[in-house]
Design a protein around this ligand. Structure first.
Ligand SMILES: [Zn+2]
Length: 225
């Protein structure tokens, strides 16, 4: 199976732990250890046992038959979004990943984390610092720091989040405040676009450039400028 923590394939090494039963069925935890990242992976399985009469070499015997009802991954908790690209620096990736993980349970908490992540990118990566996030977004747009489609999407964070009616979202970006419909999702979509532009694409270009320069070097030619 593929490890849901590190995404590396490993040979199954399951152990089953019975944890009890109720009127809806029996429950067990399937536990696996990933040999690559050494982390545990747990699935919770709900199943039923019933007695069935089966033909065993000419005579009928009663046998316990197991029927699985459902199984779900309980560790790690997987967000309903693609994982953060590895090129993204940890200081931004941590808030983004947590915002993804809590999205279903708490859009408010998710939006607070994604606003904070956005503001940290603007401060640390784009070196813009203003009184509040609203002004900082305006500065990013005025300086055309992204292609126009991404700039429009960043600007929409202010509109969808209704910053005008909720100034605290802008002045204290990590604060938990009520969210507008789709606001939390939208913030994550925009962060994804920003990550791609700021970190993923430059890393890909650098990789191609390095590969080309290695070939040029082998041919005794100077590096590409
Ligand atoms: Zn792993």
């Amino acid at each position: 199976m593929k490890c849901p923590h590190c995404l590396i394939e490993f040979h199954d090494n399951v152990s089953q732990i019975q944890i009890g039963s109720d009127i809806e069925g029996r429950y067990e935890i399937k536990s696996r250890t990933c040999p690559s990242c050494k982390r545990l992976v747990f699935h919770l399985t709900q199943y039923n046992l019933s007695i069935k009469s089966v033909n065993d070499g000419g005579r009928f015997i009663n046998r316990e038959v197991r029927t699985d009802i459902n199984e779900r991954l309980i560790r790690p908790k997987i967000a309903n979004r693609p994982p953060c690209p590895p090129e993204v620096p940890t200081k931004f990736a941590a808030d983004y990943s947590e915002a993804c993980h809590v999205l279903d349970d708490s859009p408010k908490a998710s939006a607070a984390l994604s606003r904070r992540c956005l503001q940290n990118i603007i401060h640390d990566q784009l070196s813009i610092k203003k009184r509040d996030l609203n002004l900082e977004i305006q500065e990013v747009i005025a300086n055309k720091l992204f292609p126009s489609d991404i700039l429009d999407s960043i600007d929409a964070i202010r509109n969808i989040g209704n910053f005008a009616a909720h100034p605290i979202k802008s002045s204290s970006s990590g604060e938990i405040v009520d969210v507008e419909p789709n606001e939390a999702d939208w913030n994550l979509d925009v962060l994804e676009m920003m990550f791609d532009y700021l970190f993923v694409r430059p890393a890909l270009v650098q990789k191609k450039r390095d590969a080309l320069n290695a070939k040029l070097k082998d041919a005794g030619k100077p590096d590409m400028k």
